[in-house]
Design a protein around this ligand. Structure first.
Ligand SMILES: [Zn+2]
Length: 390
């Protein structure tokens, strides 16, 4: 392609993106349609706190929407953008039952009554039963959350192939991870993976259901089941390479579990209870590694709630039975402290010094039965919390 032709195409592409209604545009203003691929899905993200995404996919028979935002008010803003495309809406897909993804379903249904709302049987059941009482909680936290929910018009079995709007999706269902049930939608012709909340991007996730280990297992399965996935479209944060988003989410969970595990260790300051000081230490440790990661929920205490839930989960875990995929990040390559040979040995404590920075705690405690005359390398997290007893 000569330079002149390339410039002409670029100009045409920029013009199309300027009206941003006929084709999907990437964030840098380029059109994927010009590259001969399917147009990139449109995206609307509600404002923080608790920003959440809805997507619209261009299909032969109209647009396919994924998730419906937290409130009808947010939904109406997205609807205004979707209407600008001038295309009909063929269907609305739900990824899971959390309030921030289904609260706007009624508004979307009013705007596009011809478009059926589809959810897996498991998600539909979770919405109708609301065993965890999330919807009353969402209403009390946000008066704009709807008094009544709009449920799915059609359900399918997780794992069943789905053809909607002229596009074929593979689906997969997962239980007891970020949410009790979750469905991902994979488009084999483009490699697009709509993952709901199974992997967010640069956000502080909700771990309040206390299934961090289950979530780690799901992330490993996602990698295996969709090895050709290219772009992942998360429920929170910007789309990105599937592999990166999955790995980043895994590392976040492992790090968080490692910090909380230290805090509930029997020889930690509060024993099995997370003290306010330990809670601050965990929050600070995560904040240091993950600055500017807004929470996925408009819940100011989400980190504290996450700590409580994961503390309960880890306390109930049988250390000997923990799956390999749930091993703490601190057990593999985190900063470590090594006691030097000249360490002063006291009855219960060994003074340690860092083997390399950054390490902020200079003491460690050998566990019961440890040979205190020996020097043990002791893994510590970056926040300085003892990660594993020796
Ligand atoms: Zn969410």
């Amino acid at each position: 392609m000569n330079q002149r032709l390339r410039r002409l195409l670029a100009t045409a592409s920029a013009a199309l993106c300027a009206i941003a209604s006929l084709v999907g545009c990437s964030s840098d203003g380029t059109s994927e349609a010009s590259a001969g691929k399917a147009a990139r899905p449109g995206r609307f993200a509600s404002p923080n706190p608790g920003s959440v995404n809805t997507y619209w996919i261009q299909a032969p028979e109209g647009l396919i929407l994924v998730d419906t935002l937290r409130t009808p008010a947010d939904a109406r803003k997205a609807i205004a953008q979707i209407r600008e495309t001038g295309q009909p809406v063929a269907a609305i897909l739900l990824t899971h039952s959390h309030p921030d993804h289904v609260g706007g379903a009624g508004a979307f249904h009013e705007a596009f009554p011809e478009a059926p709302i589809l959810a897996s049987r498991a998600t539909d059941k979770a919405m109708r039963e609301d065993r965890r009482g999330f919807y009353p909680l969402a209403r009390s936290a946000n008066p704009r959350f709807p008094a009544e929910l709009r449920y799915a018009d059609r359900t399918f079995e997780d794992g069943a192939p789905l053809r909607v709007g002229g596009i074929r999706f593979k689906t997969a269902g997962f239980a007891y991870g970020e949410s009790d049930t979750a469905t991902v939608y994979y488009r084999p012709d483009t490699g697009d993976l709509f993952s709901g909340d199974l992997a967010g991007r640069k956000v502080t996730p909700a771990l309040i259901e206390g299934h961090s280990c289950g979530w780690l297992g799901i992330l490993a399965q996602l990698r295996r089941r969709f090895p050709a996935a290219g772009t992942m479209y998360p429920g929170h944060g910007t789309p990105g390479p599937a592999r990166t988003l999955i790995d980043d989410q895994r590392r976040y969970l492992q790090r968080f579990r490692g910090l909380v595990r230290s805090a509930v260790a029997p020889d930690s300051p509060g024993g099995g209870t997370v003290t306010p000081g330990e809670q601050r230490s965990i929050s600070t440790g995560m904040e240091r590694v993950y600055p500017d990661h807004p929470p996925v929920a408009d819940l100011p205490t989400i980190v504290q709630e996450n700590i409580k839930a994961v503390a309960r989960e880890l306390t109930a875990e049988d250390a000997g039975q923990v799956r390999a995929v749930c091993a703490d990040r601190t057990q593999k390559g985190a900063a470590t402290l090594s006691a030097p040979a000249s360490t002063e040995i006291t009855r219960h404590r060994v003074a340690c010094r860092p083997s390399f920075p950054p390490v902020h705690v200079l003491r460690c405690a050998p566990g019961p039965g440890a040979d205190r005359r020996k020097v043990h390398p002791v893994p510590f997290t970056e926040s300085g919390v003892l990660a594993r007893r020796v």
